[in-house]
Design a protein around this ligand. Structure first.
Ligand SMILES: [Zn+2]
Length: 113
């Protein structure tokens, strides 16, 4: 499952960082998830809960921030947020776009004690 491997890599990052900082318990984890990363947040929560059992991150809250898809037009250089999945520039109609955000999936920070 897609979300299971993502949850695993999130946990790996947290446990590695925790090891460096002598953490006994992870309280919450802040994630950024792009709208185009195709991650089902409920499913990710479920997998994370499952994987963290018996680790320092057991019971940690996942704070998931969804990141909108933004693009830059290669022809007129305007930046815009993609609302519906129509990939053309709202200023000049060009289809030559560079994606600036929307695919990310990263651990922003986490709280621990
Ligand atoms: Zn344009």
């Amino acid at each position: 499952m897609h979300e299971m491997s993502i949850a695993q890599s999130i946990l790996d990052i947290i446990l590695q960082e925790s090891g460096n900082h002598k953490v006994t318990r992870v309280l919450s984890v802040a994630l950024k998830v792009g709208e185009l990363s195709a991650v089902e947040t409920e499913s990710l929560r479920f997998c994370f809960e499952f994987l963290t059992k018996g680790t320092a991150a057991e019971g940690a809250q996942l704070d998931i921030e969804r990141v909108q898809v933004t693009c830059r037009c290669q022809d007129c250089a305007s930046d815009f947020t993609v609302k519906e999945l129509t990939f053309s520039c709202p200023s000049c109609g060009s289809g030559k776009l560079e994606m600036l955000s929307g695919r990310e999936l990263s651990v922003e920070s986490f709280e621990a004690e």
